[in-house]
Design a protein around this ligand. Structure first.
Ligand SMILES: O=C[C@H](O)COP(=O)(O)O
Length: 256
């Protein structure tokens, strides 16, 4: 059986201005269209720009292999929720993915496991693939980190009971490695991702699941990770489209 496609995601957080975001998305669309591994499906690539850029970014990616997603959504599908964006709106805007429970949202916007669970359910209800972020706060041994992250994941999907063919992506992001200069060690990443995969594999709810690593991930990491790590969730080190193209090359090499 051929290896599963490597999943690469990029969240632009709030780093770029609007024009810069749209230009960057056009450059990524061009790079992906020219890269055989993205076209062939050996590498799945999704991009999460800020809300205002979703529509022009979707236009930039239209007809190509890059999938669009958002960095957040509200848990309700509509109503008096000033300043919020719903799952149905994201679907209409062309999103396939939506990020849920990033460490920055948990820390700065008081998102707890209950909110994460409601948002994950909203994503799935609306046909969006949730990218559920989990990660330990402090450095700790890999087995403790794995137990912490598995408990977070369990809490984050506890209201999801549907037996349909639900797809979920789990982004393992140790909080201490986000915005840092170096990712976690390869051994640590592999151990935690492996435990998360084992937990997901035991859930009938999620026949399609992938586990990726984020937290100062950049060029040179993917090739050192095993198949238990399904891909990378990138931040700053994908701002340079050339660097992102290099990571796509590494993903293509992994596919053989
Ligand atoms: O969403 C992406 C992650 O939080 C990683 O960000 P970073 O690579 O800039 O540390």
């Amino acid at each position: 059986m051929p290896p599963a496609p490597t999943l690469l995601g990029v969240s632009l957080k709030m780093y770029f201005g609007h024009r810069q975001t749209v230009d960057w998305c056009r450059d990524v669309a061009r790079m992906a269209a020219e890269h055989p591994a993205v076209g062939s499906g050996a590498v799945d690539l999704f991009i999460l720009p800020s809300f205002p850029a979703l529509v022009p970014a979707g236009q930039a990616f239209a007809g190509g292999p890059v999938r669009l997603g958002a960095q957040n959504l509200h848990w309700e599908d509509g109503g008096p929720f000033t300043g919020e964006v719903s799952g149905p709106q994201l679907r209409e805007a062309g999103c396939s993915y939506v990020e849920v429970g990033h460490a920055e949202r948990r820390r700065l916007f008081a998102e707890d496991d209950r909110i994460v669970a409601a948002k994950a359910a909203a994503a799935l209800r609306n046909g969006l693939i949730p990218v559920i972020c989990v990660g330990e706060q402090q450095r700790m041994p890999a087995d403790e980190a794995a137990a912490t992250c598995t408990a977070q994941l369990e809490a984050g999907v506890r209201t999801v009971t549907d037996g349909q063919q639900l797809q979920v992506v789990v982004a393992y992001e140790p909080v201490w490695a986000i915005g840092s200069s170096e990712p976690a060690s390869v051994e640590h990443i592999r151990a935690v991702c492996s435990r998360l995969r084992t937990w997901l594999a035991g859930q009938d709810r999620f026949p399609h699941h992938r586990v990726m690593y984020g937290g100062s991930a950049g060029p040179g990491l993917l090739g050192r990770l095993g198949q238990e790590v399904g891909g990378l969730f990138l931040g700053r080190f994908a701002h340079d489209v050339g660097a992102l193209a290099g990571i796509v090359d590494e993903a293509a090499e992994r596919a053989g």
